[in-house]
Design a protein around this ligand. Structure first.
Ligand code: HEC
Length: 410
């Protein structure tokens, strides 16, 4: 029963997370686009903030920006903050659900570091908090006087954190934590800087005072950081499904390349929407960065090594002493699954273990017990189209293979 709950819970959380994420990133893109589209008009000149006309869904919209604040506050003010908060909250639960509750499958790789699930969660949460504290410190320091200097140091910070996560977590866990750190920075920017500043502005307006323009400026700086982080964050969030993206020892370099690619693509659109022309070179830079990321991943597969003229992969065997699956189960898995789910798959068209799931040693098989039972015991999701001819008796054997890690009832 618990196995079913884990599976459905994970799916539902992901569903909510994607919806809230779309709402957040959608509104972030929308406001960046408006900002870029604002034009000075005689009625509303640039010093005031400019205005823009839009057409959508059968109506026309007339948007005006008020730098710092309007002279009088309207009665009703629409805030945009819950998109961000609910994205972070759902993402946090998803992280706990997938990575902390199944830490031994997704987060802890004994070949990298043998830690307890509790310790892994401490490293994970600690890393997120530490990354935010350092970033926030940098934004308040002298570095922040120059946007370029701040962006450069922030960029380095994320790469260093990616590197550190790689020292304690599985490759996949390290990538998701790097993405979670960026998303935490983005949400904390909204929660701890942008919204409080906005409230301070409103408070001074209500008192009839002239608000300090620094509040608006800092808010905009953080909001721009958020904008440039959105595309790289999304890449890292889906990376878990694409093992080649994260499995290289230089995965932290891949993080840097993805940051560059995502940021220059955002830059292209920000410039274009502002009417400053098409900076086509941005796409060239993005393509170069992604191509380099692909190149970095190539030595992870036998085929890639061949193209690069490297000798074949050294097999990575499990650490001695890890629990092993029963011999009967291991026999079934090695005849029905391991041709695809191996470090060096032999199935044509499969170049690396699908989803990073290696089933070529009894230790790995034991590690993926819950997943194997879900995909090949209770459902017939694997092997795909039953390509390797798994029998009903074999599926029954998989179902009967002990209790699931989380399940009491079979
Ligand atoms: C013909 C190759 C092939 C064989 C044989 C095969 N798989 Fe897979 N497996 C795949 C592919 C491809 C995917 C990725 C599917 C996708 O993209 O969603 C996958 C994904 C998986 C996943 C991860 C699913 C996820 O989304 O997290 C598990 C677990 C899995 N297989 C278990 C098994 C088991 C157990 C067997 C044997 C009973 C098996 N596979 C046999 C190709 C294979």
């Amino acid at each position: 029963m618990d196995g079913i709950l884990m599976e459905w819970g994970g799916m539902l959380l992901r569903w909510v997370h994607i919806i809230t994420g779309i709402a957040w990133i959608g509104s972030s893109f929308y406001f960046m686009h408006i900002d870029a589209a604002l034009r000075a008009t005689p009625e509303h000149p640039a010093e005031k903030g400019g205005e823009a006309w839009e057409v959508h869904g059968g109506g026309f919209y007339h948007v005006r920006k008020y730098l710092v604040a309007p002279e009088a506050l309207p009665e009703e003010l629409m805030w945009h903050k819950w998109e961000a908060y609910s994205s972070w909250i759902s993402g946090f639960f998803l992280l706990v659900w997938v990575y902390y509750l199944s830490a031994d499958v997704y987060l802890i790789d004994p070949a990298i570091r043998q830690i307890s699930p509790a310790m892994a969660a401490v490293y994970g949460m600690g890393g997120l908090a530490l990354g935010w504290i350092v970033y926030d410190f940098l934004c308040r320091s002298a570095v922040a006087k120059s946007d370029v200097a701040l962006a450069t140091v922030g960029f380095a910070l994320i790469i260093v954190m990616a590197f550190l996560f790689q020292q304690v977590f599985s490759a996949r866990g390290a990538f998701i934590h790097t993405g979670a750190l960026m998303a935490t920075i983005m949400t904390a920017n909204v929660f701890l800087v942008i919204i409080p500043n906005q409230r301070k502005v409103i408070a001074s307006l209500l008192k009839g005072e002239q608000p300090n323009p620094a509040y608006g400026k800092t808010g905009k700086q953080r909001s721009t950081h958020n904008n440039y982080l959105t595309l790289p964050v999304l890449f890292l969030m889906i990376s878990g499904h694409y093992p080649l993206s994260y499995s290289s020892p230089y995965a932290y370099v891949v993080v840097g390349l993805v940051l560059v690619a995502g940021a220059v693509v955002r830059y292209f659109y920000n410039e274009r929407h502002s009417g400053r022309g098409n900076k086509w070179w941005a796409w060239l830079v993005a393509a170069l960065a992604i191509w380099t990321a692909i190149w970095i991943s190539m030595p992870q597969t036998s085929g890639g090594r061949e193209i690069m003229g490297l000798s074949d992969l050294q097999p990575v065997d499990p650490i001695a002493g890890l629990p092993k699956s029963p011999a009967k189960v291991a026999d079934v898995i090695s005849t029905r699954c391991a041709m695809c789910h191996a470090q060096m798959p032999v199935w044509p068209g499969i170049s690396t273990a699908p989803k990073g799931v290696r089933l070529d040693h009894p230790e790995f098989i034991e590690r993926y017990r819950d997943e194997i039972r879900m995909f090949a015991g209770f459902t017939r999701a694997m092997p795909p189209n039953n390509l390797t001819g798994m029998t009903d008796e074999e599926r029954a054997l998989i179902r009967a293979w002990g209790k699931t890690r989380t399940s009491q009832a079979d």
